[in-house]
Design a binder for this molecule. Structure first.
Ligand SMILES: NC(=O)C1=CN([C@@H]2O[C@H](COP(=O)(O)OP(=O)(O)OC[C@H]3O[C@@H](n4cnc5c(N)ncnc54)[C@H](OP(=O)(O)O)[C@@H]3O)[C@@H](O)[C@H]2O)C=CC1
Ligand SMILES: CC(C)=CCC[C@@H](C)[C@H]1CC=C2C3=C(CC[C@@]21C)[C@@]1(C)CC[C@H](O)C(C)(C)[C@@H]1CC3
Length: 622
């Protein structure tokens, strides 16, 4: 059926301007409302918007004009040919949104302004290694000022100029539910293809430019390098004291030889090798990571559940054969020291490895040029030895599964020390809760591929130490504490704590799965009831469901669970509450890091999301 006499017809492919920006994307016309005089169009990720006629262009004329003009005129463009590392990718992709956006500007702006704008855009998209000039940085936007090293800001800077013209944003689009009918599905492009294309477009900033320095910058890096290991030492030594406390003066250091035990180092190496072997065995799924800036998607062997099952059987067999696992409790300090050594060696290797990496393989942070900061933060995004992904392996295997092994050993040590036939209720709760957390993480291992660590952070000392030392030797503190500090629990208390844990777990799992499913397949029919906000990168943001309650519902669930892990230890000491305190600090900081990153990526769409979902982690509180 033909629509009333209007310029664009239903089913026609046209170029639609992205709200609040000058970017044009290919869209399909779904209909025209004579009353509002708006066209309903659908983008390739399934997002439907209503656009005015003036925001729609004919696809054919658009292509011709953009090619001829943007090629011949811009000095920025000429420069970009020789310099930009991103250039190869862009040439190989048929038509990027950058070129499209450039053409749009050419059409709408008067010639002098037009040239300047085009230059901006092309430099952003095609020649990102260009230094940001003082004038360009002279923006009113606080956030942009902060990120002065990051050329991606120029995108924001440019777009914020557009946003400053109110009529560009007003009444331009409506948020609507994505329908389950055929029309609402992406036209032509599979979701993965769309994400790949989007990743190329979104990769406006090259990997070898730094975001603002995090963690207190260069001085902060020195501090954390010393503080983190010292803190592990402090809590490990505290756990053994009769009256441990987080506010105790540090106990005197044991003699140096007490730190070292060759056998302990041998056990740690064996453990890491066992996990590496289980990781490379060809069992389990090969999952694809999120698209990299090159558009490539790395493959990961997600057989973590298999790995923990085999490890559990191995531990059970060892106990059956008479191996005394309480060795782990009695040699906690020596095991921690050995693991620390391994993490330092690994970090040094990672730093050297990153020096041979292609610029495109480097993470956005961690490339400040300061050796200490970069060593700490991590330079390379996905360091690999052939197909062996070091970051993924370290984050999900030796430390995480080691955490459960240590907890189990602590339960055995408690029985031995307290002369019990079975572990106490408190110990059972702590063991089961944390086991559930780890098993769930490994069962849903694929979901880690859409988290910040895997997608954005480089792999350096912070994560190597965090994964290998921090997780197994500080996350086990509750169990370690309970070995020598029994805390009897009544059955109602047990029931209440279990309920709390289940509530936290439900929120955590549901929200993580919701986001993961949405990122992997934005047009998943199971999520079609959710509202989304489109962004200029082509990715959308969930704005209902769990992600409409607070901006980090997964952190909320995680925090509730952390509370349930500490409660079994009672209130007589602060030490077992350490995890809760640390976790609040970690997640608040992570949340603010993520907010800045998302604001940089999504610009006005992110601000819109923040206006719609007002609280960060705890509804009505924070
Ligand atoms: N036990 C522990 O020690 C720790 C546990 N965790 C847990 O790990 C899990 C992962 O955490 P983390 O990686 O920090 O963060 P998230 O899994 O929350 O990932 C943040 C990313 O999600 C995307 N996103 C944000 N808002 C939306 C939205 N509304 N709609 C769609 N996508 C959105 C953005 O990435 P993009 O848009 O680019 O896809 C953002 O950068 C959490 O459950 C956390 O609690 C984390 C740290 C430590
Ligand atoms: C202070 C310091 C050295 C911090 C480093 C932070 C790391 C310890 C954490 C960063 C993100 C993590 C995640 C998990 C463990 C802790 C680290 C590595 C995680 C694997 C735990 C299990 C969960 O189910 C998870 C998979 C969601 C989670 C992912 C993030």
């Amino acid at each position: 059926m033909k629509m009333p006499s209007v310029k664009y017809q239903r089913g026609e492919m046209v170029m639609g301007r992205w709200p609040g920006s000058s970017l044009y994307y290919e869209v399909k016309v779904l209909g025209y409302d004579t009353k509002s005089q708006l066209y309903t169009v659908i983008y390739k990720d399934g997002t439907e918007l209503e656009l005015k006629e003036q925001d729609i262009r004919n696809i054919a004329g658009f292509q011709t004009r953009s090619r001829s003009r943007s090629r011949s005129r811009s000095p920025g463009r000429r420069r970009s040919r020789s310099r930009s590392p991103a250039r190869t990718t862009r040439r190989s992709s048929s038509r990027t949104a950058a070129a499209v956006a450039a053409a749009a500007i050419m059409e709408s702006a008067p010639s002098s302004r037009r040239d300047a704008k085009l230059k901006d855009t092309l430099e952003v998209r095609l020649s990102p290694l260009q230094q940001t000039s003082a004038a360009e940085n002279n923006s009113n936007n606080k956030h942009e000022k902060k990120e002065e090293n990051n050329t991606a800001n120029k995108v924001n800077e440019f777009e914020s100029k557009v946003e400053a013209e109110p009529e560009l944003n007003q009444g331009r689009y409506n948020l609507r539910r994505r329908k389950e009918d055929g029309d609402a599905k992406p036209v032509e492009t599979k979701p993965e293809q769309l994400e790949e294309k989007d990743a190329k477009v979104a990769a406006a900033a090259p990997a070898n430019l730094s975001t603002p320095l995090d963690f207190g910058g260069k001085i902060g890096a020195y501090f954390w390098l010393l503080f983190l290991p010292a803190w592990v030492l402090f809590v490990v030594l505290q756990g053994d004291l009769e009256d441990p406390s987080l506010v105790n003066f540090p106990p005197p250091l044991p003699p140096l030889e007490e730190f070292w035990d060759a056998q302990a180092l041998g056990f740690v190496i064996l453990w890491v090798l066992l996990q590496a072997l289980l990781y490379i065995l060809p069992f389990g799924k090969l999952s694809e990571g999120m698209p990299l800036s090159s558009g490539e998607r790395l493959k990961y062997r997600t057989n973590g559940f298999f790995a923990i099952t085999v490890s559990a059987l191995a531990a059970a067999a060892a106990v059956y054969l008479g191996v005394d696992l309480t060795y782990i409790h009695s040699h906690f300090l020596q095991l921690a020291t050995a693991t620390f050594l391994i993490s330092v060696l690994l970090s040094a290797y990672l730093y050297v490895h990153s020096c041979y990496a292609e610029p495109a393989q480097l993470a956005l942070g961690g490339n400040s040029g300061n050796v200490v900061y970069d060593f700490f933060k991590g330079r390379e995004l996905n360091p690999r030895i052939k197909n062996f992904d070091l970051k993924f392996f370290c984050e999900m295997r030796p430390g995480l599964i080691g955490w459960c092994l240590i907890n189990f050993a602590m339960a055995l040590a408690e029985m031995k020390e307290q002369r019990l036939d079975a572990p106490s209720y408190s110990m059972i709760l702590v063991n089961l809760f944390q086991l559930l957390y780890v098993v769930d993480g490994l069962w849903n291992e694929e979901a880690i591929l859409t988290t910040m660590d895997l997608m954005h952070d480089g792999f350096g000392f912070m994560l190597a130490f965090g994964d290998l030392v921090w997780v197994p030797f500080t996350y086990t503190l509750q169990a370690y504490y309970l070995v020598s500090h029994p805390n009897p629990l009544s059955l109602p208390a047990v029931g209440a704590i279990i309920t709390l844990k289940l509530v936290g777990f439900y929120i955590f799992r549901k929200s993580n799965s919701e986001k993961n499913a949405f990122r992997r397949n934005p047009s998943d029919p199971k999520l079609s009831h959710l509202k989304t906000i489109p962004t200029a990168t082509g990715k959308s943001l969930l704005v209902s469901g769990w992600w409409g309650v607070v901006r980090h519902p997964n952190y909320l669930g995680d925090l509730i669970m952390a509370l349930a892990w500490s409660l079994p230890c009672g209130f007589s000491h602060l030490l077992p509450w350490y995890y809760m305190i640390y976790f609040i600090i970690l997640l608040v900081h992570r949340d603010s890091r993520d907010m800045s990153e998302c604001r940089r990526k999504y610009g006005s769409a992110w601000d819109e999301y923040c206006r719609t979902v007002r609280y960060r982690i705890i509804p009505r509180v924070y």
